[in-house]
Design a binder for this molecule. Sequence first.
Ligand SMILES: Cc1cc2nc3c(=O)[nH]c(=O)nc-3n(C[C@H](O)[C@H](O)[C@H](O)COP(=O)(O)O)c2cc1C
Length: 234
Amino acid sequence: MSEQTETVHFYDEGERLPDDLPASPFPIFKQWFDQAWNERITPNANAMTISTLHEDGYPDSRIVLCKEIEPSNGSIVFYTNYNGAKGKQLAANAFASVVFHWDKYERQVRIRGPIVHASEEESDRYFASRRLESRLGAWISDQSQPIESREALLNKASEVISKLNLDASALMNGEDIEIPRPPHWGGFRLHAMHMELWAGGVGRIHDRARWTRDLRIENDQPIAGEWSSTRLQP
Ligand SMILES: Cc1cc2nc3c(=O)[nH]c(=O)nc-3n(C[C@H](O)[C@H](O)[C@H](O)COP(=O)(O)O)c2cc1C
């Protein structure tokens, strides 16, 4: 009998991360994201669960939509209300953990890192690209605040229309009108510090790899070292 240990070949089926892990996880992440998005494998293929630190000291999670991936500096962007629960939690603790899951391809991406506000220009640009109802909605909702009824919430639309001096008849006619970005609404940019790519494998012998880099934020700008990577057991 050969002394050499034989590989059990059926575990080689399914997706594999490259044997030599790339210097940065972002090209593979971006490829996975783009494929899920372009193939519309779910209505919100850009959805990610983001966890922040609740003021009670425990994690708090919810879904948001990832609107940008920037491989050049290793960051991602999502948009929200800065005064909502997650906005306040991020103001107190500017660090978050996110996870994407694309079930069809058995892929998972986990990212952790510090968070900064996206630039005003970026937030303006993205806000202007949103549908009219969503732009108005950003003014209507005091995100995460209690309200006595659905009706009271809907009534806030008229208040906003008069507060912003919007052309109500144009709105009723379905015309697209300019609506300024609320000062409390904009983007957050998460700079990846720890990242894991996970590809499902036969018999739960998945392929996992983790990348880590030193990273600190100075004047809202990241100062990042090189990534180092390691394969992980499933
Ligand atoms: C598919 C999906 C996409 C969502 N996208 C966003 C988003 O991009 N930004 C956002 O603020 N909330 C989004 N939400 C709502 C959040 O999950 C959450 O209810 C809201 O942000 C309030 O969370 P908070 O009270 O923890 O701040 C989305 C929910 C779902 C189910």
